[in-house]
Design a protein around this ligand. Sequence first.
Ligand SMILES: Cc1cc2nc3c(=O)[nH]c(=O)nc-3n(C[C@H](O)[C@H](O)[C@H](O)COP(=O)(O)OP(=O)(O)OC[C@H]3O[C@@H](n4cnc5c(N)ncnc54)[C@H](O)[C@@H]3O)c2cc1C
Length: 370
Amino acid sequence: MADFEIAVIGAGVVGLAIAARLSRQHPSLVLLEKNEKYGMETSSHNSEVIHAGIYYAPGTLKARFCIEGRDELYALCSTHHIDHRKLTKLISATNEAELNKLESIRQNAEKNGVTLEFLDKQAALRLEPNIRTEGALFSPLTGIISVHGLMDYFFHTTNTNGGTIQHRCRAAGIRKENHGYEIDLDEDGQRSSITSEIVINAAGLGSDLIAEMVGIDIEKENLKLNYVKGSYFAITPSKSNFVARLVYPVPANEGLGVHALKDLGGKLKFGPDVEYLEGRTLDYRVDETKRHAFAESIRRILPGIDDEDITPDMCGIRPKLQKKGGPARDFVIVHETERGLEGFVNLIGIESPGLTSSPAIARYVEKLLF
Ligand SMILES: Cc1cc2nc3c(=O)[nH]c(=O)nc-3n(C[C@H](O)[C@H](O)[C@H](O)COP(=O)(O)OP(=O)(O)OC[C@H]3O[C@@H](n4cnc5c(N)ncnc54)[C@H](O)[C@@H]3O)c2cc1C
């Protein structure tokens, strides 16, 4: 008999959501996290936006889970008093070509079941008098959330259900056995192992390496992650009330474009940019030399911001399957039975909208397994 029925690798918001959900019926669950506390990587280095589900291609897992997760998050936040605000959002066009693109964004959102309202220049300026705009889409369902509040909720739910969370515990190797898997653990240099009938790989930036441990050729299967940094600059407090809601440009390439974000404390920041990294080190410093380029991007949305009004703030690293300049990729969430890995679930490439999607992903993983 295995030590645990379920082992979840990675205690970011996704692993925590899965652990909280599955531990209700399956308390013989262990959540393995290599850092000293849960949620120290991508889940605490992001925009904390509850996305409405506007941009994702209809029919993708990203579109489906974003919309399901959004509604579930708002409900969870209300019931369990998790700090959040339905701030709403504008996608602002600044020229004729962008105005045309707004219509295709609106139609895409509509296919996903998300209704956006077109505002002409005057109407957009009535909402946000300081922005540069020729017209905008208004998203009533976009909001912000305390991701720490959400992760604390998932953590305590897992504990209350009888699940176990082991911090400072890195999964260092995995072998398929007759009735499940043996996982080698590295706890501050001390080696041990556990067995589990089911393994769920929710290791974020390390998820492709976990897949490799069970023999999946991640190069051949196109599952190797690219690390893509996104930096933010904060606006001086005296100008933080220049906008009241989230304001996005019309997206251009891999990201949604540097946009205006308000956090729950009222701080105004802009980001994230898109920087494909060469290696796999987690360097969370923000490059000060980006200041002028950032200020220029910001002025495209908010003309009244000078270079001296902004300071380096924070950054996050996206676990992206999409190669630089390559086509967009969907989340990979698979029960790997076809590879002969019964009971092994991979979650790879869980970039944005992974936070918004987290409760819906957890429900999906439960369905895949039980
Ligand atoms: C700049 C940026 C902005 C974003 N903005 C938004 C947003 O506004 N809204 C939104 O919905 N989404 C957003 N996202 C996406 C969202 O943050 C992620 O999709 C989500 O946090 C992914 O959670 P996760 O649990 O999969 O990964 P993570 O938070 O990375 O958690 C994975 C965990 O696995 C652990 N781990 C890795 N390897 C091992 C191992 N071998 N053994 C044990 N533990 C291991 C790690 O330490 C980590 O704690 C953004 C992302 C970025 C980078």
